[in-house]
Design a protein around this ligand. Structure first.
Ligand code: DAH
Length: 328
């Protein structure tokens, strides 16, 4: 057997091998159990004793040379691969981390928060009432008995148990009067529900903020001043308002407040001096106390403030709409 020829062939193949898998095949071919070298080592026993030592040494030298070449080539291939790795697989640890997406506050929430803050600053407490109301708080106690034609002004979602979804935040007036007594300064923000068809200016679910002030010698002047101050702070300084006579069963006299937007008067909210029947229903003596009340539509204010032309945007859930408003 020509050991030198085998060794030369093996070393040449190892040198030109391109990857570790090919190298492994060469290791099997030249050193494996069925290889010529392994066969030669196995055949040593059959040689005459005089030749055995020399042949054994020669075979082992060839085997070691092939092994060393395999190991060297393997190290070379690995090193080359690691250099290549750095070219296409890398991580820039100086890049800023990706920020989580932040949610945006709904425009109704923004206006409601600001209204609460403004009224809080003027000494009002902020109180919430239940969405599911009874007929007494939503109507009777507000001087709207079952026979009163004004009940038709509030298209009502009646529940099967005789209760209803409140049609306005006014019933919270009664709850607050009974709970806190007089004197009292409070606002009641929250959702209200109307059984109405929806269009660009009407929603079945919308936000109101009710205000109630009970004290001694409260006059409409206090009311107008408070509303003007709030609107000035919420929309813009010096915003123009006008107050017209209106009608609500729970106030006497009643007024409507209009606001000037783009050269036109828009109806903004109802208000008035709390009707003696309503004070009495709240457990307050109308001979001793007077008060004013108002009901602001939060959606309408948000539309004015942000230039929103269709009330249906509010419940659209459209991210393109929502993402235009500030984050929390
Ligand atoms: N509750 C009325 C509505 O939903 C709004 C309102 C008008 C509230 C006059 C008041 C008020 O407190 O005095 O249409």
């Amino acid at each position: 057997m020509d050991l030198q020829a085998i060794q030369d062939e093996a070393l040449a193949a190892i040198k030109s091998s391109g990857d570790e898998a090919a190298l492994q095949e060469l290791r099997v071919r030249y050193l494996g159990r069925k290889s010529e070298l392994a066969g030669a080592l196995r055949g040593l026993g059959k040689l005459p004793a005089a030749e055995r030592a020399v042949a054994g040494q020669a075979t082992n030298r060839a085997k070691q040379a092939v092994e060393a070449a395999l190991d060297a080539r393997r190290d070379e291939l690995r090193a080359a691969r690691e250099v290549g790795l750095a070219d296409h697989e890398w991580l820039d640890l100086t890049l800023p981390a990706r920020r989580p997406r932040r949610g945006h506050l709904h425009p109704i929430t923004l206006v409601e928060n600001d209204l609460e803050k403004l009224f809080w600053g003027m000494g009002y407490r902020v109180v919430e009432g239940p969405w599911i109301e009874d007929e007494f708080h939503n109507f009777d106690a507000l001087n709207i008995p079952a026979s009163h034609p004004a009940r038709d002004d509030w298209d009502t979602f009646w529940l099967s148990d005789g209760n209803l979804l409140r049609t306005h935040t006014s019933p919270v007036q009664i709850r607050a009067m009974r709970r806190f007594g007089a004197p009292l300064k409070a606002v009641f923000p929250g959702r209200v529900f109307r059984n109405e068809s929806v269009d660009a200016t009407h929603e079945a679910v919308f936000g109101q903020l009710e205000g109630l002030v009970i004290g001694r010698d409260i006059t409409p002047g206090h009311l107008f001043h408070s509303i003007n101050a709030i609107l000035g702070a919420l929309l813009e300084e010096g915003v123009r308002t006008r107050y017209r006579p209106g009608f609500f069963p729970f106030t006497e006299p009643s007024f409507e407040c209009d606001i000037m937007r783009d050269g036109r008067w828009l109806e903004l909210c109802g208000m008035g001096m709390v009707h003696p029947h309503v004070l009495r229903a709240g457990g307050i003596d109308p001979d001793e106390w007077t008060g004013f009340a108002f009901g602001l539509g939060i959606d309408r204010l948000a539309m004015m403030r942000y230039g929103i032309d269709d009330i249906r945007w509010f419940h659209s859930g459209d991210q393109r709409f929502l993402e235009q408003f500030p984050c929390a």
